[in-house]
Design a protein around this ligand. Structure first.
Ligand code: T46
Length: 135
């Protein structure tokens, strides 16, 4: 299990028909996928996220555009750009995340390790810092 966030290369095959990307559990994604969701139609001046997860791990791919993602472990901030289906971002648990600067037509495909659980969210930044101190 990865503990750090990281950009993961996604296999690509291109021929005269176009391009295909493929990823597998146990290769690019190191957790069983229990949920998939999609984010779209986000205005460039709007942000999503602004929360952390206690248990949830995720793998995010941006399709058709570009998005910037900031991950914060309570001490340091890490910035990533997703702008191609050739790469995805692994997001471990315990990171505050902000998704911003969405290009028009950017769709984020998110593969999640857990089913939806409102109790897994920390939506207050001070609570997040307190939670990290207890760990
Ligand atoms: C994350 C970032 C990247 C559900 O009922 N089921 C779901 O599976 C999801 C993802 C959301 N919802 C409900 C919960 C809220 O009432 O949809 C509403 C909007 O969700 P939220 O404000 O959490 O959306 P984002 O884009 O801020 O955050 C989402 C994920 O929730 C979160 O886990 O890491 O995308």
């Amino acid at each position: 299990m990865h503990k750090e966030p990281n950009i993961v290369d996604i296999d690509t095959f291109i021929d005269e028909r176009g391009k295909i990307n493929f990823l597998e559990i146990g290769k690019e994604i190191d957790f069983a996928i229990n949920r998939v969701y999609f984010i779209s139609n986000v205005s460039p001046n709007k942000e999503r996220g602004d929360h952390a997860h206690k248990k949830l791990r995720q793998f995010i791919i941006a399709v058709g555009g570009r998005v910037e993602i900031e991950l914060d472990d309570g001490k340091n901030k890490f910035n990533f750009v997703l702008d191609s289906t050739d790469k995805g971002l692994y997001v471990p648990c315990g990171y505050w995340r902000v998704l911003r600067f969405f290009d028009k037509n950017t769709h984020c495909f998110v593969f999640a390790s857990e089913k939806y659980d409102a109790q897994d969210y920390i939506r207050n930044y001070q609570e997040f810092l307190d939670y990290k101190k207890q760990m």
